[in-house]
Write a protein that binds this ligand. Sequence first.
Ligand code: C2E
Ligand code: CA
Ligand code: CA
Length: 715
Amino acid sequence: MVSVLSNRNEPGCEFDPSSDSINVELKPEVDWKKLIHTAIQSSTHGLCVFDRHERLVIANEQHRAMYALTPAQNVPGLSVRSILENRYARAGSASIGAQQVEYLAAISRREEFQATWELRDGSFIEIDMRPMSDGGFVERHRDITELRLAEISAQAATQELIEKQYALDQAVIVAITDVSGRIIYANDKFCQISGYSREELLGNNHRILKSGVHAREVFRQMYRCLASGEVWRGELCNKAKSGELYWVDTVITPQLGPEGKPVAYMAIRIDITARKKAEAQVYHAARHDALTGLPNRAALLDNLSEWLDRVPARQNLVVYLLDLDGFKCVNDTLGHAAGDSLLQQLSVRLRSTVGDDDLVARLGGDEFAIVQVGSQEEREQAIRLSVALLEVVARPFMVESQEVSVGVSIGISLSPAHGLTASELLYKADLALYRVKSEGRNGFRFFEDEMHRRAQSRNQLVNELRASLVRGEFELHYQPIFEAATLRPRGVEALVRWRHPTHGLLYPDRFIGVAEEAGLMEALGQWILQKACADAASWPEEIKVAVNLSPAQFRGATLFDVVLCVLVETGLSPQRLELEVTESMLLQDIEENLLLFRQLKNIGISIALDDFGVGYASLGSVVSFPFDKLKIDRSFTRELLSRPANKAVVASIMTLARGLNVQVTAEGVEQKEQLEYLRDQGVDLIQGYLLGRPAPWAELKLVSGWPDQLRATCA
Ligand code: C2E
Ligand code: CA
Ligand code: CA
C-alpha cells in the first residue's frame, strides 16, 4: 500500500528513512511519525514526504490514485520536479501548470504553500506544503471536490436570498407629494405602515405623519435642500394613525418641471423601526448603570449640560454629590453581593426621596449625584433635601439577612451662583464633598470660594511635592531612642523633612497627608526607606533605625520586595531595621497583612505599633499581629502625670506587653518626672525632647561618653 524506502516495523520507529541510498537525514521525531501515521490511515488524503534534497521519501497510495500515477511514478527517490511533471501529465489541468513556478519557488525557499488545483476530471485537490525542521517538507493532498460543490450551492442560496431581499425592496414605502406636501400617491406599504387607508392619505398633507420627535430645524433644512432641487436623505420618525411611532430611512427626490423647478417630491422610505429600537437599547445600556438602572456619569453630564442650556437664566439648579461612608467596610466584610444589594436598595431610596423631575445618577462605586431644579429659596430647599437624604441613608439596610448601616457625605453646588457649566458645578460640589469628608463625614456642605482657593494651593503643593521628589529636596532627621534603664542609645527614628525652596524646612504634618492623597507617598516612602537604611549602614552596630510606613506603602503589594531590595542594596542587616506601622493600616485585608508580617519577621526585621493608645481600641490587633514593640503615643505621655486614668492604662499596657513578650517605647517624653515614672513602670525604651530632639545624623552625638553626660543631667 505504502511505498517507503525502508520499513523495519520496529516498535516506536515504524519509519526510518535514514537507512538507505538516498541519504535522507531524518530522525524519527514524534511529529513525523504522527503525520505519516495520520496520513496513512486517512483514506482521502494523499501524502508525500520529501527530504532536504527534494527527493521523495514516502508517498501513499492515495496520492498515486489522486493523480492517476503509475506505481513507478510514486516511488521514493524521485525528485519533486519529476513528480510535479508526472502529476501534470497524468491528471493536471491548466491550474497546476500555472502554479508550478510559484510552488517550486516556495519549495526552494522552504516556505509554506497552499493552493487548490483543479484536475482534468473536474475534481479539486487542495495541496498544503509544510517545510520540516530538518530541511525536508511534507505535502498533503486533500480531495475537496465535494466541499467545493457544497460551496457552489451555498452561493446559489445566497443569490436566492438577494432575490428575496429584492422582493422586500419591492415593499418599500413610496409616497409622492406635491410641492406643498399634499400626498398624491401612496403605495400599499405606505398605507400598511401608516395605518391610513389610501383614501385617507391622498389629498392630505404629509404633515399628518409628523411625530414631534424632530426639531423644526430638521424640516427647515430638508425643505431648503429640496427647494433647491437636491435629493434629501435622512432618518425620520413618523406617527401612524394609531399613534404608534415608526422610523424610516428616507430618500426624497424632487421631480423637476420644465423650468427646472420642483413640481413634486418622491419619497422612498424603508422601515427601520426594529434597528432603531435595538440602537435605543444599546444607547440606554451605555448611559445607565447596570446594577441600579440609574443614569451613569455620561448621562448625568449630558443631562446637566442640556438642562443648563435649556433652563432659563432665572431658574436655579442644585447639584448634589453623594459619597457613602462605610460602604467599603460592607463590601470587605460581607462581600460584593451584599454591597451590590445595598447599592440597589439605596438607589430606590434616593429616587423616592427626590422629586419626579430631579435626576439621580450613579457615578460609580458608592458615588451618586442628584440634580434638582431649584426654587427661589434654593439654599433652604437644598438643606431640606440633604437632611432628608442623610435620614434615608442612615436607616439600616437589610443585606443577606443582616442589618447594616452606612452614612453619606454630601457636597452641594448651586447654579447660577457657583457656575453655569456642568463641569464647573460638579467640580465645586466635589470640593464641598471633599470638605465634608475631611471634617469627619456624614454631613453636607455647600461650596464656598475658600474651598477653591484651598484646592488650588493644595494642587500647587502637590506639584511642588512632585518636583521636589525629582530634585531630591527631602531630608531625614533622626530622633534618638534610649534604653530606659541605662539611657544608652539603642536606635533612632527617621523623621522626614521637606527642604522647601521658598518656605524653608517643612514638617511632615504639612505634606504627608497631601502626598498620600496625591499618590506620591509610595515614591516618597521608598526614598525614605532607602535613605534611612543607607545612612544606618554606616552607623555603629548597636544603633537600629526605625522607619515610619505610610498606609500607601502598606497597601502596595510590593512592600516586602521593596524592603528586601533596599536591604540588599544598602547592606544593612535586617536586624537593624524596624518598621513603624499604625493600627488603621492593618485593619483592612488582615490575612494579607499577617502574611506580610511573617515575611518581614522571617528575615529579621522588627515591627512596632506606632501611636498606641489613641483612636482605636488597639487590643485586637496587638494580640493578632506579632509586634515586637508598642509605642505609647506622645499625646498619652503628655498627660501621663496629670491624669490618673493614663497611669492606669500604662500599667495595663505593661501587663499586656509582658504577657505578649513585646517591648514598650514611650514617646514624647519631655519631663524628668515622666521619664522616672515610665522607667519605674518598666517601660523599655524612651523617646522624647528630654533626651534628644530629631536632628540630622551629623548633629546627633550618639557617641560613647555621651550617655554618661546625659545620665548626669537626668539623675
Ligand atoms: P510619629 O511617628 O509619632 O513621630 C513622632 C513625632 O513626635 C515626630 O514629629 C517627633 O518630632 C515628635 N516628637 C518626638 N519627641 C517629642 C516630644 O518630646 N514632644 C513632642 N511634642 N513631640 C515629640 P514629626 O517629625 O513632626 O512627625 C510627625 C508625624 O509624621 C510622625 O509621627 C509620623 O506619623 C509622620 N512621619 C514623620 N516622618 C515620617 C516618615 O518618614 N514616613 C511616614 N510615613 N511618616 C512620617
Ligand atoms: Ca513613628
Ligand atoms: Ca508615634
